[in-house]
Design a protein around this ligand. Structure first.
Ligand SMILES: [Fe+2]
Ligand SMILES: [Fe+2]
Length: 203
């Protein structure tokens, strides 16, 4: 995607999000974009940076929809989605945001679509774009929960000294901890990602 097309697409997405999401969610999407672009900037990979911008902005684009509307969009998408995911907005919205990315904005890049789809639970063997969006969604500047300051500092330290996988493991572990505390059913994906990263990094 050339710079002119990227810039026009980004403006169109921001206008759509501003009109369809509430102010808090809109600010969160801008925050995820900013965090993701900042992380990707270290790579000097312009394609990755632009992909982070688009995926970061759009990752929660469907959050204004009802569960019923999400389920209808998911059913027509052709995506394979587990029943447990189809039953919860909190798990389903990434897949439906990817539908919006494809249908409304004509985004065909499978890496961007996958990063949007899997930003909540992750998936095994994530690529760099998926890892960055997953991390950014959790630590973007608007996020405000107990322990976020310390976690954010540790994640940035890990990012710029040890690498993306170390930062990802910190976020995965904190997400598992907070979901467990909230008594939210832990999908098997997150513990599996935690286990494989811990083995790979010996942490
Ligand atoms: Fe989300
Ligand atoms: Fe989000």
């Amino acid at each position: 995607m050339n710079d002119a097309r990227f810039s026009a697409l980004r403006k169109k997405i921001i206008k759509h999000l501003k009109e369809s999401l509430g102010p808090r969610l809109f600010a969160h999407c801008l925050g995820v974009e900013a965090a993701a672009v900042q992380i990707a900037a270290a790579s000097s990979n312009h394609f990755l940076i632009k992909s982070c911008s688009i995926a970061g902005l759009l990752h929660d684009a469907s959050k204004c929809l009802t569960l019923f509307e999400m389920q209808n969009a998911a059913a027509a998408s052709g995506f394979k989605i587990r029943t447990a995911v189809l039953e919860k907005e909190g798990l389903l919205h990434g897949h439906v945001s990817a539908v919006i990315a494809r249908r409304v904005f004509g985004i065909a890049d499978v890496r961007i679509i996958s990063a949007i789809r899997h930003h909540t639970l992750g998936r095994p063997k994530m690529n760099a774009l998926e890892k960055i969006i997953f991390i950014s969604d959790y630590i973007e500047p608007m996020r405000n929960f107990e322990g976020i300051e310390t976690l954010r500092r540790k994640v940035y330290e890990a990012l710029f000294s040890d690498g993306l996988d170390h930062a990802l493991l910190l976020v995965v572990r904190d997400k598992i901890r907070s979901l467990t505390q909230l008594k939210i059913d832990l999908e098997k994906t997150l513990p599996e990602i935690e286990k494989s990263l811990a083995e790979k990094l010996n942490m």
